[in-house]
Design a protein around this ligand. Structure first.
Ligand code: SDX
Length: 373
């Protein structure tokens, strides 16, 4: 047996061709393309195709892929009824987790395990998850859902379904880039969860439902919403120093900072910091960006910690008019592409994932009947 490492830190659990991250060089690479080669150049749909197929699509392949996604955007009526019946104050990540599980009941391929069927299920999930998130977002605010316009593309269509109007070019491009930045991230907790479930030869919907459950936690995807709540609670830029002083004195975890792998900074934060500034300047509301910059500076000075992907995505999404409660469901919307890429890869060369535990409990116990205990 190997030696115990808390949280499996630095343990290599499997080999993969999908995503490479270098925690010292601040590198994030999808199928050989550094994110600097993709952000601002490729669309989210091209990156999903790359994650699933190992290469960027040719024009005809991209068109066919977009047509496939458009054909799968509609939700089963029963699922729309479920979303309408869901409690308005239910956590959107809990609604999403439940809705994705229910989605599997209406998919004719749900129990079909061949690669083509799994690719179809991956496309259905990618097309339907943003619709579920947008519908839930509208319904929880007492508004009618806005049916999808898939021809807008996944990013612009999400903002259209959420706001009931098509986004302008800058908003759509920034949101598309944010989806690229969240698409995959090697063996993070939710992706590992998806691979463990897949390794038992369970099904795609079970694996993605489990992954959503893992992403929901504030130590993983749930931090982005908490970052925005923190900024709103602080309220003004001139209160950041005092707030942080008190929070660190209480030994609190500051959401959006630190990372298990990136020890010299998260490369995704560089893009999201710029998006937060651009959108803040466009809307004449740069205070959330400025407060974030001050928090970033202080966290480095006091704790030597850097912002991770969740830190600046908070103010970026806020400036896009997205409700805070939908920040983590949006993370899931994007990460469905990475989860399903890993599910497909796991099945290509599967072995049950079953690590060991070092037993440190009592030994050689002798039974004592209950009337003598
Ligand atoms: C994501 O894995 C991935 O790739 C995830 C992700 C992805 O794309 O899938 O990148 C997305 O999950 C980003 C992380 C979002 N979570 C947060 O922002 C929550 C706050 N961050 C932390 O809880 C923490 O930094 C983790 C969970 C992200 C990483 O935790 P580790 O690697 O287990 O580090 P640790 O908890 O052992 O902390 C090491 C030290 C500790 O100090 P000591 O107790 O040793 O004195 O750093 C401190 C921690 O207290 N520390 C923090 C801190 N993060 C670490 N102190 C204050 N605030 C923080 N945020």
């Amino acid at each position: 047996m190997s030696t115990f490492k808390a949280g499996l830190e630095d343990i290599v659990a499997l080999r993969s061709e999908i995503c490479f991250i270098d925690g010292q060089k601040r590198q994030l690479v999808y199928r050989g393309y550094d994110i600097s080669e993709l952000v601002g150049k490729a669309t989210f749909e091209e990156v999903v195709y790359l994650l699933w197929n190992g290469q960027l699509p040719a024009a005809a392949e991209l068109e066919r892929f977009k047509e496939q996604l458009a054909a799968e955007a509609a939700l089963p009526e029963q699922l729309v009824d479920f979303l309408k019946a869901s409690p308005k104050d239910a956590e959107p990540m809990a609604v999403l987790r439940t809705a994705v599980s229910a989605l599997g009941l209406f998919d004719p391929d749900t129990s079909v395990q061949d690669r083509e069927a799994n690719r179809r299920k991956a496309a259905r999930l990618l097309a339907k998850v943003p619709v579920i998130v947008a519908y839930n977002g509208r319904l929880r605010e007492g508004k009618d859902p806005v049916p999808p316009k898939p021809e807008l593309g996944l990013a612009a269509n999400f903002l259209y379904m959420l706001h009931g109007r098509e986004p302008d070019r800058m908003d759509a491009e920034i949101f598309d880039a944010a989806l690229i930045l969240h698409a995959d991230h090697e063996l993070n907790a939710s992706t590992f969860t998806a691979r463990v479930v897949t390794s038992t030869l369970s099904d795609v919907y079970s694996a993605v439902t489990a992954a959503i459950g893992a992403l929901k936690g504030p130590l993983h995807g749930g931090a982005n919403e908490q970052v925005m709540r923190t900024l709103l609670a602080i309220g003004e830029a001139d209160r950041v120093d005092e707030w942080l002083e008190a929070a660190l004195a209480r030994k609190e975890r500051i959401m959006g900072f630190g990372h298990r792998v990136y020890k010299t900074g998260d490369p995704r934060a560089d893009y999201l910091r710029r998006f937060s500034q651009q959108l803040g300047e466009k809307r004449g509301e740069t205070k959330w960006y400025e407060m974030s910059r001050r928090l970033e500076q202080l966290m480095y000075e006091k704790k030597g910690l850097y912002p991770n992907v969740d830190f600046y995505s908070a103010s970026t999404y806020y400036m896009l008019g997205i409700p805070m409660e939908l920040f983590t469901p949006i993370f899931a919307f994007s990460r469905v592409s990475g989860w399903t890429a890993h599910i497909l890869e796991q099945l290509d060369d599967n072995r049950l994932i079953r690590p060991r535990a070092e037993y440190v409990g009592p030994r050689d116990q002798t039974f004592v009947p209950v009337d003598q205990r």
